[in-house]
Design a protein around this ligand. Structure first.
Ligand code: ADP
Length: 276
């Protein structure tokens, strides 16, 4: 009787295990199909959108004939929305690449001061809001050995959010050197901060906002555009660069995102190995 009971339990377990395995395979397959679909769709959407953006630029430059004031305003709206759509498509493509594990960091010498100067030029245009930008960075910061394009994307996403969630106030972008001591090892970082005096983020949301597609208010009547991928990309890219990202915020007063990037990615790995 005891042997029979044990055998029936074993058979039941085996069946449960097989069912679980089948569901897992099915889920993995569905996830892969979804990622492939997103990736292909994003590629396909980019081509016609480039044409829309290209023609609207030609129209705005009056290369196809003079525009009335109203027509020029209409073309401005097309240009603004095409840019927004480009950003969303880029985000989806980046997120699918991250999920597929096909994103790699390509390290090079990067100057934080130069990066911030480049970004400053990009944001030197009217946002249509009463926002004052402040850029704080010393010229004497040491060079980073990191993936400059990914770092730029991280800062761009944070600054775009700061602009999006601030109607009237200030945005401060800064970079400074930090040294941390851990188990007798000194690690050198550049600390980037993007602070805004916008709407702020409730405490219970602060961890969740870094998840894929998470938005504080995801209702269809939400007044801010976006797909909820910006901070997921910020976190993934920062970790790819062996860095860390954190947020401090107060509802109604603003938010500060801090990104710590090590000067040398390998130095962190080595010192980790030593401390282990
Ligand atoms: P989205 O495309 O919606 O901006 P993100 O991943 O960049 O996606 O941000 C996720 C959510 O975190 C946003 O929808 C918003 O609710 C909140 N959030 C991000 N940055 C800020 C900020 N600077 N101020 C207030 N809320 C923010």
């Amino acid at each position: 009787m005891a042997v029979a009971r044990q055998m029936s339990v074993a058979l039941e377990n085996r069946e449960l295990f097989c069912n679980l395995q089948a569901s897992r395979n099915e889920l993995e397959r569905a996830n892969k199909v979804k990622d492939e679909f997103l990736s292909v769709m994003s590629h396909e959407l980019r081509t016609p959108l480039s044409v829309v953006a290209g023609y609207s630029t030609m129209l705005r430059a009056e290369q196809l004939g003079p525009l009335t004031k109203e027509q020029a305003l209409g073309v401005d709206v097309i240009q603004r929305n095409s840019k927004e759509l480009f950003t969303m498509i880029e985000s989806i493509m980046n997120a699918t690449k991250i999920e597929a594990g096909s994103m790699i960091a390509e390290n090079d010498a990067v100057s934080a001061a130069e990066l911030l100067t480049e970004l400053k030029v990009t944001y030197d245009f009217p946002t249509g809001k009463k926002i004052r930008f402040e850029w704080r960075c010393s010229e004497t910061l040491p060079l980073l050995w990191t993936d400059g394009r990914k770092l730029r994307q991280v800062l761009t996403n944070l600054i775009n959010n700061a602009v999006k969630f601030t109607d009237d106030g200030s945005i401060v972008i800064s970079a400074e050197e930090k040294v941390e001591e851990n188990d007798g090892c000194h690690r050198r970082y550049i600390e980037f901060r993007v602070s805004d005096s916008g709407i702020g983020i409730p405490a219970e949301e602060r961890d969740k906002i870094f998840e894929r597609f998470h938005q504080v208010d995801s209702s269809t009547t939400r007044s801010f555009e976006g797909v909820g991928l910006g901070l997921y990309i910020v976190k993934s890219f920062t970790e790819m660069l062996n860095g860390r990202v954190s947020v401090c915020s107060e509802v109604g007063r603003g938010s500060t995102f801090t990104v710590l990037i090590p000067l040398q990615p390998v130095a962190v790995e080595l010192s980790n190995a030593v401390s282990r």
